[in-house]
Design a binder for this molecule. Structure first.
Ligand SMILES: C[S@@+](CC[C@H](N)C(=O)[O-])C[C@H]1O[C@@H](n2cnc3c(N)ncnc32)[C@H](O)[C@@H]1O
Length: 762
């Protein structure tokens, strides 16, 4: 990163002063119109940076590391099941899959080692029951050069997996291939079995359901284009009751955030057999060969950048680059005949003036071109940073890929295309600053960046079925993707939003969060909402990033913080006072969470406005000190009592009460994970505490929020672990929350419900 900062500083000096901003095209043209000498220096610096990013590649060390993991995998996989006991058989097989995955990732592009890692992982995956993934690994092993004399073993395994998956076409193909090979007695027998299997499958009437057609219904919302203060917006055409899906939007473009390895094509986060691009230094993975195939048209232009680890340096411009790579095939026909960059830009800008129509929902490139940008209002330094990022990525495409070859038959020159591509990257980056979204998902708690959720042996009993008491380990909410959703972006902001968005891979599903009247505007919330933030806390990013002062109903009422303050009500510690109060915020204070501040901070002191006594909060310190001993039954009993005792000082759904619940529940479960045995008294108390926590979360964040579902995992574990009767209504209510989960998580929650909760709670 320092490297980038240094180069950008030198480049900044070369291009200064940057004239008044007109648009993205003119801004990039200014870079291209520098004196020959300056232009040369600018591009030399970019090339130097790109060159410096190449990392040494020690193939021998890579091969050795991969072999080491594979051998470890082999020794675990071959160890006697007795060593583990019947219940922990999964630990042996899944543990081996995990080690083989390390071997796959570490092999990088050393193909003779990589193919062996894939082949071995395929065996373990098949034994565990992940047949699709095992099938893919066989294909991977063959693709990367599995030794010819042993290939029949891999093909026969592939055929077994195809049979399990009831894929007659693939099974027929593999049988035909095997019939041409010289097989020994054992394999010939297996081949006969497979043929028998195929006949049976053909005999069965095809019960496989074809992909359900997505229901096509008329939209219940429309876009209004309006020149005015808040620009385009969305309104409802009819009354929409709370909890209804208003629309779904599947993103064409997203990028994984930070270092988390998720599928680059479908954004799934729970993988058991990640397939890496061998050229990208373990930075790009897919959940299947199909996803890898579908992402090829983008990845061929990003591969070298991942290899150099360039993309994490450019922030939002990575997603901007991906937008340009994804939308170029749609834009190209319109630009083919343009003779100059100026003509191309003007053609593109003409497209942006058209009105959005519902039937354009699939034309994401047009919707994206029309997104608003506030680059014209950006401080100079910010503008220059984004210009240099766009320039860097354009030079990268030119120097390290064959991206510009596709324009050879167009009327404009390649230099014109350099300019247009950089201008489009800059435009997309500016748009994303105010229109980009962040997709989140549940992940296993404390999962290392290079680990995978479905490969944690201590969590799983069989494919996608958790072990008893393990649901809470799937409760970490994490931002996973930066995602372009141009349709959702049409929604303006209000601090009391009318929608709640669920992220399901790269699809956003928007539910109505309240009852919406016909003709009402449909609002999203870009920051923390009115119950979770004070006006001054949320108005800052709205002004700085989105360039407006919020005038929504919540911000403009006489007491704009009243809903936030409901979660910060105290009863005075002074026995002679005992009045209920909310603290008076200091002039620059943006929240009232004194427990997160250092004790000396001015904000950390809370004073009763009636008797003026500074609250000591001795009970808080006592509580936190006791938590360290929550492995002991006696300390836990004291903690349960202390938790009830805080009602003396914290009123109603005080947010601190929920924080105390969290501070108590999480370590108790961690103790349990470490083998500490809890009894019925523990379960009863913990259930009561989680229920209190959930009530508060429902009141502040909503009963369908990710926060609620994440906390609910603890309650489900407690229900599953203890024999407690629950009414049918209670069970159905909780199960209803699963609607708000991504499909990959929903399946796991449903399995858990059926495996453990149904029997325990009825
Ligand atoms: C994601 S876009 C929303 C769609 C936008 N109105 C358009 O015309 O494309 C965000 C931008 O819309 C405008 N905006 C959104 N909510 C607003 C509000 N409540 N008041 C004023 N402007 C708003 C701001 O310019 C903001 O940066």
């Amino acid at each position: 990163m320092d490297n980038l900062a240094q180069i950008f500083t030198q480049q900044d000096e070369l291009i200064a002063p940057v004239g008044a901003y007109q648009n993205e095209y003119e801004a990039i043209k200014a870079l291209h119109s520098l004196s020959e000498e300056k232009r040369q220096s600018l591009q030399d610096l970019t090339r130097k940076l790109l060159g410096d990013l190449d990392e040494p590649h020690d193939r021998k060390a890579i091969a050795d590391r991969s072999q080491m993991w594979r051998k470890r995998g082999n020794s675990l996989f071959r160890s006697s099941a007795k060593e583990f006991g019947p219940d922990a058989e999964a630990e042996r097989v899944l543990g081996a899959c995990r080690l083989y995955t390390k071997a796959v990732l570490d092999a990088e592009d050393v193909k003779d080692v990589l193919c062996l890692a894939f082949a071995n992982r395929g065996i373990a995956l098949q034994e565990y029951g992940y047949y699709q993934e095992a099938y893919d690994d066989c294909a991977n092993a063959l693709e990367f050069g599995y030794p010819r004399r042993l290939q029949h073993k891999v093909i026969i395994r592939q055929a077994h997996c195809a049979a399990k998956l009831k894929r007659t076409e693939q099974l027929t193909e593999h049988i035909a291939c095997l019939e041409k090979l010289q097989l020994n007695e054992i394999f010939r027998h297996q081949l006969e079995d497979l043929k028998h299997n195929l006949e049976m499958l053909r005999g069965q009437s095809s019960s496989e359901k074809s992909e359900e057609e997505q229901e096509k219904t008329d939209p219940i919302q429309e876009i209004v284009c309006q020149a005015g203060r808040s620009g385009r917006h969305m309104i409802s055409k009819e009354a929409i009751p709370q909890g209804k899906i208003i629309f779904r939007e599947q993103a064409t473009c997203f990028v994984p955030l930070e270092q988390r390895l998720i599928c680059q094509q479908c954004a799934c986060s729970l993988m058991c057999a990640p397939i890496p691009c061998p050229m990208c230094r373990q930075r790009v993975v897919y959940c299947s060969r199909e996803c890898r195939e579908r992402h090829k048209s983008i990845h061929r232009f990003e591969c070298a950048a991942y290899r150099k680890d360039l993309l994490k340096m450019v922030g939002v411009s990575h997603l901007a680059l991906r937008m340009v790579l994804s939308y170029m095939p749609s834009m190209l026909p319109q630009l083919q005949e343009c003779a100059s960059s100026a003509e191309m830009w003007s053609t593109l800008m003409t497209l942006t003036t058209g009105a959005d129509k519902e039937d354009e929902q699939t034309q994401q490139y047009l919707q994206s071109l029309r997104m608003i940008s506030h680059l014209d209002k950006a401080p100079q330094a910010e503008l220059v940073y984004h210009m240099l990022c766009a320039n860097l990525l354009q030079v990268y495409l030119k120097e390290c890929t064959d991206f510009f070859d596709q324009f050879q038959t167009t009327s404009a020159s390649v230099e014109d295309w350099h300019l247009i591509v950089a201008a489009l990257i800059l435009r997309s980056a500016g748009q994303l600053l105010v229109n980009g979204h962040v997709g989140d998902a549940l992940l296993p708690v404390n999962l290392e960046a290079n680990e995978f959720g479905l490969l944690q042996p201590e969590m799983w009993q069989k494919p996608r079925h958790l072990q008893l008491g393990q649901l809470h380990n799937l409760s970490q909410t994490e931002p996973l993707t930066a995602i372009n959703l141009p349709y959702l972006s049409i929604c303006n902001h209000a601090c009391a939003p009318s929608i709640r968005t669920k992220f399901d891979g790269c699809t956003a599903v928007c539910y109505s969060a309240v009852d919406i009247e016909a003709g009402d505007e449909i609002f999203n919330c870009y920051t923390m909402d009115y119950k979770k933030s004070m006006l001054r806390q949320r108005s800052q990013p709205l002004r700085q990033v989105y360039k407006f002062d919020c005038s929504c109903a919540k911000c403009t009422r006489t007491d704009p913080d009243q809903d936030y303050l409901k979660f910060h009500r105290y009863r005075c510690e002074n026995e002679n006072c005992r009045r209920e109060f909310v603290p008076e915020p200091l002039p620059h204070q943006t929240n009232l969470n004194w427990w997160l501040q250092s004790p000396d901070a001015a904000e950390a002191s809370v004073c009763c406005p009636v008797c003026k006594k500074t609250q000591v909060f001795a009970w808080f310190n006592d509580f936190m000190c006791l938590i360290d001993s929550c492995g002991e039954a006696k300390a836990r009993r004291e903690l349960y009592k202390a938790f009830d005792g805080v009602d003396k000082y914290l009123v109603a759904h005080h947010i601190l009460k929920r924080k105390l619940a969290e501070a108590l529940i999480e370590p108790c479960f961690a103790e349990m994970d470490e083998g500490c045995v809890l009894d019925d008294v523990d379960y009863e108390n913990l259930m009561r505490i989680v229920e209190t926590q959930l009530e508060g979360t429902a009141a502040q964040s909503g009963g369908n929020s990710m926060e609620y579902i994440s906390q609910m995992t603890y309650l489900w574990d407690l229900w599953a672990l203890s024999k407690c009767k629950r009414s049918e209504q209670q069970l159905q209510e909780m199960k209803g929350k699963l609607e708000y989960l991504a499909a990959e998580h929903r399946e796991i929650f449903e399995n858990y419900y059926n495996d453990f909760i149904v029997q325990q709670c009825k």
